[in-house]
Design a protein. Structure first.
Length: 245
């Protein structure tokens, strides 16, 4: 009896990365886990308009090098309901059309990968410093979890209302590094001397490269037909203040 074995050459693994979980819209592509090019808009949150343009440019770049796309990775949330839906619909369309796998990457983990790259800053902190990425969830609520300095998650992802007592048990034992678009509003509340805040850390698609490569090699992919983002909370529509004439 003979068996046909498909050999995958990971040296030529090309993955498209999409991250729109927050107001930041970014897309990138990587070759064998190394980011090659990223397109990003940090401000206006027009994901439905920007994302197709970003992807078109990146796919043209890939094809111009006579390369094929092997997978699409997506920031799975938690985060903006609308942003996550746009990315999901786009990624599913690409995966169906090209018959390639879909990979989901935790958005908080993407933030952790970003801050870990800031070596000059992180090297000044104790090795037992905890990392706490925060995504804004309106008012004084954030999506967050705690990670160790190596990027391993220690607590479940949760929607947490921040008060003066938040993280007090951890802060009493050592430094906790807070970052992400939800951290800024917590700075005035979390005043413990062990609370350290870092600005400018956003979920950029290029920081998904290594994480997506690892999942691809382990065949940890999603069922494209049934995949849904990690919303964490139910969608809440906001009633318009405009009067109907």
């Amino acid at each position: 009896m003979f068996f046909c074995v498909k050999i995958i050459n990971f040296a030529y693994m090309n993955i498209l990365h999409i991250e729109t979980s927050t107001i930041v819209c970014s897309a990138a592509w990587s070759k064998n886990g190394e980011p090659q090019k990223q397109l990003i808009n940090l401000t206006d949150g027009q994901h439905a308009k920007q994302l197709p343009l970003f992807i078109d440019e990146l796919l043209n770049d890939i094809h111009s090098q006579s390369l094929n796309l092997d997978a699409v990775s997506i920031g799975s949330g938690p985060g903006s309901y609308t942003g996550l839906r746009i990315a999901t619909a786009t990624a599913k369309g690409l995966c169906y059309a090209m018959q390639i796998p879909l990979i989901a990457i935790d958005t908080l983990q993407v933030l952790v990968e970003n801050v870990k790259e800031k070596q000059n800053f992180c090297n000044q902190l104790p090795t037992d410093t905890l990392l706490c990425p925060m995504i804004d969830a309106r008012r004084m609520e954030v999506y967050c979890a705690l990670y160790d300095a190596q990027g391993q998650r220690l607590t479940d992802v949760e929607a947490k209302v921040i008060t003066n007592d938040s993280f007090s048990d951890y802060l009493s034992q050592g430094k906790v590094l807070f970052f992400g678009d939800g951290a800024g509003k917590c700075k005035a509340v979390l005043t413990h001397p062990n609370a350290v805040f870092v600005e400018g850390i956003v979920p950029e698609a290029r920081y998904m490269a290594t994480l997506a490569k690892e999942k691809y090699e382990k065949a940890e992919t999603e069922n494209t037909a049934y995949y849904n983002p990690f919303y964490l909370k139910e969608y809440q529509a906001i009633k318009s203040k405009n009067k109907v004439l």
